[in-house]
Ligand binder design. Structure first.
Ligand code: ADP
Ligand code: MG
Length: 145
């Protein structure tokens, strides 16, 4: 498990670049943390690194946003904000097909809302507010809610 404290949103995005450059095929990455902890900021770093088309708006109301990217192992990035949904609603969005395709990178904020749907080999990144400009970011592989 790796823990890092970043001192600015830019630093969190640099960390996201580094993380993205090491991603493997067909990953589901879960982002846990309170509102304002930095989940979306990190995800925007991933999207920027992959050259996804802006704007990188948070899909709070649309639930899921899809980006097509030009990358060696990633074709589509799905950014899901699960705050307002449950496992059933996720299935209706086509979840099974999305996670089955190993060219998809799936990024999920609020994974605890859709616990039963998260594959076992998913990665988990936890965010903790330290002070106004500092956030603790914890990387792990196993989901332990
Ligand atoms: P979440 O998606 O977890 O609700 P956001 O990424 O939307 O959080 O918001 C985080 C806010 O905190 C942004 O306004 C960002 O600019 C600010 N911020 C300040 N310091 C940091 C940091 N070290 N890492 C990430 N965000 C930070
Ligand atoms: Mg967010």
């Amino acid at each position: 498990m790796k823990k890092i404290v970043t001192k600015s949103a830019d630093e969190t995005q640099s960390l996201a670049y580094d993380y993205t450059s090491k991603l493997e095929k067909g990953q589901v990455v879960c982002f846990q943390g309170d509102l304002g902890a930095g989940k979306t900021t990190f995800i925007q770093g991933i999207l920027s690194f992959l050259g996804a088309e802006k704007p990188y708006t948070s899909p709070t109301f649309v639930i899921m946003k899809k980006y097509s990217v030009e990358h060696a192992i990633i074709k589509n990035v799905y950014h899901i904000d699960a705050y307002r949904i449950d496992d059933q609603a996720l299935l209706e969005l086509g979840w099974d097909e999305i996670v089955k395709d190993d060219k998809n990178l799936v990024l999920v904020e609020w994974p605890e809302k859709i616990k039963n749907s998260i594959p076992e080999n998913s990665q988990l990144i936890k965010f903790k507010w330290v002070d106004e400009n500092s956030r603790k970011i914890i990387f792990s592989k196993i989901l332990n809610y």
